[in-house]
Design a protein around this ligand. Structure first.
Ligand code: GLN
Length: 251
């Protein structure tokens, strides 16, 4: 009886040993720490989805930053408007979404050094009577909720004249359908939307010129410093320029 028991025990032990020693290996195959990027993957060419894969300038730069930090990048897709809160709550480690540095946002998160320039532009239907920023007075303007284009145009043209959509692409549909007369959005997504949709044009006058940077939780200065060091290296060795050139052709 004793012998049987000890045999069973030995077998059980062996089973557990095999199972227990395999489990950690299968859940984290390369043992790397995961670093989470909060973004809104509807902002080409900075972030977009191709099938299930996340692509774009920000995704590629973040992948390189993660490598520098010895970590694996995980992209978490959400509404643009939720990114800063998500960073503050620590649900993601940083926010990267063609995000403009503004004084208001600086009260909520820290920003790394800037890695790109953005320009707010105005998209209209071809042949529109809107030719300049002044012509926007009293017109219906479509924007993406919580973006600088949204915030500034509400200030400049009145909240009642601005319709905020959760995606830039939805603002474009509204423009084509005549629900709004113009869309104010960042220049590179604007170019992508105009290329994908016939009958739209971008006004020559620029609405605002801005810096894009990565948002990090106020308390996490260690990560801020590490990302800044990585950005400095990736800028100096030409990686960032190369990534941007992969998506944006020089004019
Ligand atoms: N640059 C704009 C902002 O930060 C828009 C960014 C975005 O829509 N992803 O508000």
């Amino acid at each position: 009886m004793k012998k049987v028991l000890s045999l069973i025990l030995a077998a059980a032990l062996m089973l557990c040993f095999a199972a227990c020693s395999q489990q950690p290996a299968s859940t984290t195959p390369d043992n790397a720490t995961v670093i989470k990027m909060g973004t809104n993957a509807a902002f080409p060419p900075y972030e977009f989805k191709e099938g299930d894969a996340f692509k774009g300038i920000d995704v590629d730069i973040a992948t390189e930053i993660a490598k520098e930090l010895g970590a694996k990048l995980e992209v978490v897709d959400m509404e643009f408007d939720s990114i800063i809160t998500s960073v503050q709550k620590g649900e993601v480690d940083f926010g990267m979404a063609g995000m403009t540095v503004t004084d208001e946002r600086k009260l909520e998160v820290n920003f790394t050094s800037s890695y790109a320039t953005g320009v707010q532009v105005v998209i209209v239907n071809e042949g529109s009577d809107i030719k300049s920023l002044d012509d926007l007075e009293g017109k219906k303007i479509g924007t993406q909720l919580g973006t600088t284009g949204d915030i500034y145009s509400k200030d400049d043209y009145g909240e009642e004249n601005v319709v905020s959509y959760s995606k830039g692409a939805d603002a474009i549909i509204a423009l084509k359908g005549g629900d709004v007369d113009a869309v104010i959005i960042d220049n590179e997504p604007a170019k992508a939307f105009v290329a994908q949709n016939e009958g739209l044009e971008i006004l020559e006058t620029e609405y605002a010129i801005e810096d894009y940077a990565i948002a990090v939780k106020k308390e996490n200065t260690e990560l801020l410093d590490k990302i800044n060091a990585a950005l400095e290296k990736l800028t100096a060795d030409g990686t960032i320029d190369k990534i941007i050139a992969n998506y944006i052709s020089a004019e």
